[in-house]
Design a protein around this ligand. Structure first.
Ligand SMILES: Nc1ncnc2c1ncn2[C@@H]1O[C@H](COP(=O)(O)OP(=O)(O)O)[C@@H](O)[C@H]1O
Ligand SMILES: [Mg+2]
Length: 484
């Protein structure tokens, strides 16, 4: 069971502070209660002893004057009892004579004062010679003792408990003040000390947080972040956490390195394979072309077969080139940096597209002044060529394609918009991934590889830019943003 079930969100610091403060209050209450009760019982015992002697004096005084005032017993007996030498101020004496008359008097500094018995209320039924508490409405509280005089009178002598009450109240007050002070000091010092003690834990958390923000999903990751050695002492709880975090980071680092190595191997393999395939493909293309043009009379099916071999070889060459380019872009090389006149690139690409796609209407919007950025001219040319080829291949004849180059603040944007059939939402999500394509036999026949947009994204990203697509029926727009 949790200690603070309703405060699950409390920080450890707050929990510890509240726990310590609670324990302190509990201990203070216990100590205070025991001290006050034992002080009171000690003082009452002492008062009872004083009471014994006071009663002895009073009794002697009453017994000694027994013969004299037979007629007027009550008041005088009370006075005798009260004015017995040695009696302290504040002493209360009550005399009940056998006839039922009650006389009561209290000793002041200047002598005794009679008080009407009604002030005392009904006297409690008590046993002789046993001290008891006497509460009066107007005179306050007393400790009293009842004895019997030789005259037959019942004599009650009482001493005020004022001093006992004052002493216990004083002690209570002191304990309360000390507890309050202790509580304040505990909370303030406790918060500080706990914060201080929790520092190592916070440092471990900070390390974990720093690692959590690292992009670990791709590329070469240097996992240099570690919990400092002073926070990895296995003898402490925090040290064990720190040690566990470091061990985990070691494992994760090893795993990431292994992953990186295997990714590199695959990439290298793809690059090598594509590279090796170029030459035989060129041969196939060359020989089929040579045979077709040799002038020999070939049968109709033969000619068809040769032209198929040739066109498939061309398609495969394109695929292999794309694969090789992607593998090299993944490796982070292949880009040649220089000053690129984007306006020129856009004009060239649209001109090329116009030649390849005479069935489409091509529109071009350029800013007034020339736009140039730092980058790889050939690759940027390829980005735009791929987008324009898509706009040509994946839209019906007669569609309109609109290319816009704009400069927006620190960004240069190339927008390629067409009014074709659009891209289904399901496909749009993965459109920049490799080998994603709308599978119609028409696109396959026209040399579709599904790598075009993957190359667009890889090139744009290696230029520090990004590419996005928005599409609905009759309006598809690709936007390439590059840092100016
Ligand atoms: N402008 C466009 N209009 C409609 N569909 C498009 C457009 N551009 C791309 N697509 C879809 O995205 C797919 C992926 O494009 P891409 O990566 O260039 O591969 P490819 O063109 O070789 O098929 C295409 O097969 C096509 O279905
Ligand atoms: Mg394409």
């Amino acid at each position: 069971m949790a200690l603070f079930p309703n405060h699950a969100s409390w920080s450890l610091r707050r929990r510890l502070t509240v726990t310590v403060a609670g324990l302190l209050v509990g201990a203070s209450i216990l100590v205070g209660l025991v001290s006050v009760l034992s002080l009171r019982s000690f003082l009452i015992d002492r008062l009872d002893a004083q009471l014994q002697s006071a009663v002895g004096r009073s009794q002697a005084a009453v017994d000694g004057h027994d013969d004299r005032d037979k007629d007027n017993q009550g008041p005088n007996h009370a006075q005798d009892a009260l004015l017995a030498p040695g009696q302290a101020a504040g002493t209360l004496v009550i005399v009940n004579n056998p006839g039922g008359a009650v006389t009561a008097a209290v000793l002041g500094n200047g002598g005794g004062t009679y008080i009407p018995p009604s002030v005392l209320g009904t006297p409690p039924a008590v046993k002789d010679n046993r001290p008891f508490d006497l509460h009066t409405a107007r005179l306050g509280d007393f400790r009293a003792l009842q004895v019997r005089a030789l005259t037959g009178d019942t004599l009650i002598v009482a001493l005020p408990t004022t001093e006992v009450d004052a002493a216990t109240q004083q002690l209570l007050l002191v304990i309360l003040l000390v507890t309050a002070l202790g509580l304040g000091v505990t909370i303030i010092a406790g918060r500080y000390l706990i914060r201080f003690e929790l520092k190592p834990l916070e440092r471990v958390a900070a390390t974990a947080q720093a690692v959590a923000t690292l992009p670990l999903d791709r590329g070469e990751v240097s996992l240099a972040e570690r919990v400092a050695p002073e926070d990895t002492d296995p003898r402490t709880e925090v040290g064990r956490v720190g040690l566990a975090v470091n061990t985990m980071l070691d494992h994760v680092g090893d795993a990431l390195t292994a992953r990186q190595a295997s990714e590199e191997k695959v990439r290298q393999f793809v690059a090598d394979a594509s590279h090796e395939l170029r030459t035989p493909l060129a041969s196939i293309r060359g020989y089929s072309e040579l045979t077709r043009r040799s002038g020999e009379k070939l049968s109709e099916p033969m000619t068809h077969a040769l032209s198929r071999i040739e066109s498939e070889a061309i398609r495969m060459t394109a695929l292999v080139e794309d694969l090789l380019l992607l593998a090299r872009l993944d490796e982070g090389r292949e880009l040649v940096h220089g000053e690129v006149d984007l306006t020129r690139v856009v004009i060239d690409c649209v001109a090329d597209a116009q030649v390849s796609g005479p069935d489409h209407t091509w529109k071009l919007h350029l800013p007034d002044e020339a736009v140039s950025i730092a980058g790889d001219q050939a690759r940027l040319h390829q980005v735009l060529a791929n987008l324009l080829a898509n706009a040509r291949i994946h839209t019906p004849a007669g569609s309109m394609v609109d290319v816009t180059l704009v400069r927006e603040g620190a960004q240069v944007q190339i927008k390629v918009r067409d009014n074709g059939p659009g891209i289904p939402a399901a496909q749009r999500r993965t459109i920049f991934e490799r080998f994603t394509r709308g599978d119609s036999s028409r696109t396959r026949a026209t040399g579709s590889t599904g790598l075009g947009l993957a190359i667009v994204q890889a090139v744009v990203q290696s230029h520090g830019g990004k590419v996005s697509v928005a599409s609905k029926k009759g309006r598809t727009e690709f936007v390439v943003s590059l840092p100016a």
